[in-house]
Write a protein that binds this ligand. Structure first.
Ligand SMILES: C[S@@+](CC[C@H](N)C(=O)[O-])C[C@H]1O[C@@H](n2cnc3c(N)ncnc32)[C@H](O)[C@@H]1O
Length: 279
């Protein structure tokens, strides 16, 4: 069994703390993706769902509404601060439980589940086949999966524009190897589906959609968010960016996002793969 311990350490550190600190803003930003993945999961009242890589629990909370008080949602994540946060947010929802664990290796006790779902929690596996096999083990025969993952950087302005601007400012950056664990780890949908098939899943399919990312602070709000969570965090930290560089980055990124702003709201089109499969 391969563990994903490096990811656990990463998310339990400052990166995860930012997700918790800016939870409301990030939840709104990614809300349309949450609705898309929960919609694809097609949860019914009384069903049992497993939210893999639950983060602060936006998808778990939505799924909890669909399964209702007779159903169950287990929110599971490799980083303890996240499962603690979901437990706090779901205090009034007895149908939500939490469990700490690495999806590649954990033994979820309350099996079987009808559905496993995730928004952006399944691209970080060092061994995707091991993870999908382990998730499949937790589902009943015929159980289904619905996972959202980012498409290619080039097709996602929220990722491509920061990269372009940072590279113009400080030169070429190391780029992740194709299919390496990370935000774009399942961006190659053909490869990703092959990993799922190798895990023994059936009816593996992808529905690639354009889904808007929403920011009520407009282009500047989205540029600011990209500094705290996501695209610009790692490169600017690696070069120990000066306040002037950060300010220049923010101004240029806001300008790049300007065409997506209407009436003060930014709607940045994102290319998202919605993967589905059955056990
Ligand atoms: C980009 S965040 C998404 C969080 C949440 N699903 C959301 O959409 O708000 C990725 C999440 O995957 C979790 N994760 C990464 N590798 C994991 C693994 N091997 N097992 C379980 N969770 C993992 C991280 O701790 C983090 O919470």
């Amino acid at each position: 069994m391969t563990s994903n311990a490096d990811e656990g350490a990463f998310w339990a550190g400052p990166a995860g703390a930012k997700w918790i600190e800016f939870e409301a803003e990030q939840d709104h930003f990614l809300s349309e993706v949450a609705h898309a993945v929960v919609g694809m999961a097609g949860l019914r009242a009384g069903e049992r769902a497993l939210d893999v890589g639950c983060g602060t629990g936006a998808v778990s909370l939505l799924a909890a509404k669909d399964v209702g008080p007779t159903g169950h949602v287990l929110a599971t994540d490799i980083a303890a601060p996240f499962v603690d946060r979901v437990a706090e947010r779901a205090q009034a929802l007895p149908q939500v439980g939490v469990q700490l664990g690495d999806a590649q290796t954990v033994d979820w006790p309350e099996t079987p589940f009808d559905v496993a779902l995730s928004r952006f929690g399944v691209m970080f596996f060092s061994d995707p086949v091991a993870a999908f096999t382990n998730i499949a083990k937790a589902l009943r025969p015929g159980g289904r999966m619905a996972f959202a993952a980012w498409g290619r950087t080039e097709d996602n302005p929220y990722w491509a524009e920061p990269r372009r601007i940072i590279e113009e400012m400080i030169g070429p950056q190391n780029r992740a190897a194709p299919n390496a664990p990370g935000p774009m780890g399942l961006a190659d949908a053909v490869w990703a589906q092959d990993q799922m098939t190798q895990a023994g899943l059936k009816d593996v399919a992808v529905d690639t959609r354009e889904i808007p990312l929403l920011h009520e602070g407009g282009a500047m709000g989205a540029a600011d968010l990209s500094l705290r969570i996501g695209p610009a965090v790692r490169p600017l930290r690696e070069i120990d960016a000066t306040p002037e560089q950060v300010a220049a980055y923010k101004a240029q990124t806001a300008q790049a996002f300007q065409s997506y702003e209407t009436g003060g709201q930014a709607r940045i089109p994102a290319t998202v793969h919605l993967f589905s499969a059955r056990v």
